[in-house]
Ligand binder design. Structure first.
Ligand SMILES: [Zn+2]
Ligand SMILES: [Zn+2]
Length: 119
């Protein structure tokens, strides 16, 4: 089972099964996993008073003062937990944004398109 990097088409080695890019490309790539959008949503929520500022909270993992909000799923940008920087790093990346759904207003009632009858 070999997987090819979605960017450079080289075989991906020594990466988790879900990896879509080789190490080199994943380092070079801008973060397109939804992290930036999720962070933006959180910042906006803090500004609007929906979420308290992370610095007023404590890290849910170690009890030290929190420094940021940590995502477990970038598809749920406001489902966050306050953590310190080191716990945030230790937790690793969240579930990436599902980019297959290119329709932002999709309810799950859209009929499947039939593309098989092209003659
Ligand atoms: Zn690559
Ligand atoms: Zn911590």
């Amino acid at each position: 089972m070999t997987k090819l990097c979605a960017d450079c088409n080289q075989v991906i080695t020594n990466r988790e099964n879900s990896a879509r890019f080789c190490w080199g490309c994943s380092k070079l790539r801008p973060k397109k996993n939804g992290q930036a959008q999720a962070a933006y949503q959180v910042n906006k929520a803090v500004r609007n008073g929906i979420l308290p500022s992370a610095s007023t909270l404590i890290c849910v993992d170690c009890g030290k003062p929190a420094q940021c909000y940590e995502h477990r799923d970038y598809n749920k940008p406001l489902e966050v937990e306050p953590t310190c920087k080191s716990c945030n790093t230790r937790r690793g990346p969240a579930i990436p944004l599902n980019q297959e759904t290119n329709d932002t207003s999709s309810t799950n009632s859209s009929p499947p398109e039939r593309l098989t009858n092209i003659s």
